[in-house]
Write a new protein. Structure first.
Length: 244
């Protein structure tokens, strides 16, 4: 890693609370990225399962695969935004990804997202993030649907939660908007995107499906509530994703 510039690094933020059963797969998807260098910033929010042990079991794999890693282990549950704020203090890459510990990236997520954001920022320096379409998987990892997002519009972002959490973001935009409000306990991703957009940053949709969003018993997001009797499609339009 000698001689490496922080500008080259993509930092991946993983905020976790009791998702040890999915964490192996999440971390493996980071290891399998085609783009390097990578920094993982793992913040455990007081898990009572084996999450920390699983993360520690991956350290040799990270080092073997040229992945830097930082970790924070809280002994109490303080909420997702607290974990996010702590991670933002640590990240050092030019770009950052916020990855839920129950979700996974396709191998070219960073490579494709980074190429697009580099091009867009060369045209418009206020381009702060890119986001992608996704596959929806069940708790066993089986693809059950696709999530298609919508094009970026500033006013729409301020009104509706339609941009997925897992996007590649210009780290300066995150740090400029830090700290996020730790009293926000629901729809935290919308709080994050609203604050970034209010600061003048713009986004760009990549139409390729580049990550997997997991539906399971402990995931109570809007998308989960709308996948009911027919688990092979979205029953109704949901922001940020709509029926394909």
């Amino acid at each position: 890693m000698q001689g490496r510039s922080d500008v080259d690094i993509v930092s991946i933020i993983i905020c976790n609370w009791n998702y040890g059963r999915y964490l192996h797969e999440c971390l493996d998807s980071v290891v399998n990225q085609t783009d390097r260098p990578i920094q993982i910033v793992f913040v455990d929010d007081g898990s009572t399962d084996n999450s920390i042990e699983i993360f520690k079991s991956k350290l040799a794999t990270f080092e073997k695969n040229d992945i830097e890693h930082e970790s924070v282990y809280y002994n109490n549950n303080g909420g997702r935004i607290r974990s996010l704020n702590r991670a933002i203090e640590i990240v050092k890459g030019e770009y950052s990804v916020i990855l839920d510990s129950d979700d996974t990236l396709y191998d070219k997520f960073i490579e494709i997202s980074k190429d697009v954001l580099d091009i867009e920022r060369a045209i418009d320096p206020k381009m702060g993030f890119v986001y992608t379409n996704l596959d929806i998987i069940d708790k066993y990892g089986k693809v059950i649907s696709q999530g298609l997002s919508e094009e970026f519009e500033t006013e729409k972002v301020l009104l509706y939660s339609y941009i997925p959490d897992c996007g590649l973001t210009y780290t300066h935009a995150l740090k400029e908007c830090y700290p996020f409000d730790e009293t926000v306990m629901v729809n935290t991703k919308h709080h994050k995107w609203q604050k970034i957009v209010r600061a003048g940053w713009k986004g760009k949709l990549i139409h390729t499906r580049l990550y997997k969003y997991r539906i399971h018993d402990h995931n109570i997001s809007g998308i989960n509530r709308r996948i009911t009797s027919d688990r092979t499609k979205l029953i109704e339009k949901w922001n940020p994703h709509k029926e394909s």
